[in-house]
Write a protein that binds this ligand. Structure first.
Ligand SMILES: N[C@@H](CCC(=O)N[C@@H](CS)C(=O)NCC(=O)O)C(=O)O
Length: 262
């Protein structure tokens, strides 16, 4: 039987940062569909040449033949149109669909924006950690130029995330708030956030929690992420606390199931 990968895989390109929770959303959806694709990893700032060439700005960008999707939500929606019934990420029932879409937007706009502020408050001050985070699998010339360009990357990101002590505290509180809300949802013992099937809500929550739960299954960038011994002690302690929250345990469980489809 033909699968989406048989007929479409040669046409798929994904432009990414090596470690990026929004990019992980796209990778996870592609893996779930068993679609093979070429991943083009870039370091920050260098990515703009690749994304600009196809009319985008941020990563991930999925190029599927003649179509270009410049937002992780659009990527998931598109992939759902080619997914077989059994792996669809969005339910058909309008009430369930509404719940999934609302959770996806909540995670995208609140969890997805808070975790980088929290994480960068540690990694941007630690060139060794930053190097591992930004350079895994990027082209050689980007690795070679990275030491020269790192101060610019660092100041650009700081400006983008408006790094101030208050912003970091607020981001941490926002992550906790979302984790508490998700913890309340899963307190009834449900397997998935909405209905009885894995959906875009689960995928988005798990992918966007990556930085704070640092799952061992994060694949080839695991070294940059999951070994708490290599993190600053305060950061490692905060990760332990997130992992132990019910929502953290839920995210880690989803990550274990993700390993089964990659
Ligand atoms: N809403 C977008 C957000 C993507 C996003 O913020 N990507 C970050 C990396 S995690 C990025 O590309 N930042 C650099 C830039 O905006 O140029 C999505 O869901 O795809």
């Amino acid at each position: 039987m033909a699968t989406p990968s048989d007929s479409l895989s040669p046409q798929f390109r994904l432009i990414t940062f090596p470690v990026s929770h929004y990019c992980e959303k796209a990778r996870w959806a592609l893996a779930r569909l068993n679609i093979s694709y070429i991943e083009e990893r870039h370091a920050p700032l260098f990515h703009r040449m690749a994304t600009g060439r196809v009319g985008g700005k941020s990563v991930p960008i999925l190029i599927a033949g003649a179509q270009v999707f410049t937002d992780s939500k659009d990527i998931l929606k598109y992939l759902d149109t080619i997914a077989p019934e059994t792996t669809k990420l969005y339910p058909c029932a309008p009430e369930l669909l509404k719940q999934v879409e609302e959770l996806e937007v909540l995670f995208n706009t609140q969890l997805g924006t808070a975790t980088p502020i929290w994480e960068y408050s540690y990694t941007l001050h630690n060139p060794k950690l930053a190097k591992r985070r930004f350079l895994y699998g990027v082209p050689f010339h980007e690795q070679a130029l990275f030491p020269l360009i790192f101060p610019l990357i660092s100041s650009t990101i700081r400006r983008q995330i408006n790094e101030k002590a208050e912003a970091v505290t607020n981001a941490h509180a926002q992550i906790r708030q979302i984790f508490e809300a998700v913890g309340n949802l899963v307190a009834d013992g449900r397997t998935y956030l909405v209905g009885d099937r894995f959906s875009a809500a689960d995928l988005t929550f798990a992918a966007l929690s990556t930085a704070v739960v640092r799952p061992p299954e994060y694949g080839d960038t695991a070294l940059a992420l999951s070994n708490l011994e290599q993190l600053p002690p305060k950061m490692a302690e905060e990760v332990r606390v997130f992992r132990e929250m019910p929502a953290g345990a839920f995210a880690l469980r989803l990550w274990r199931s993700r390993a089964a489809v990659s």
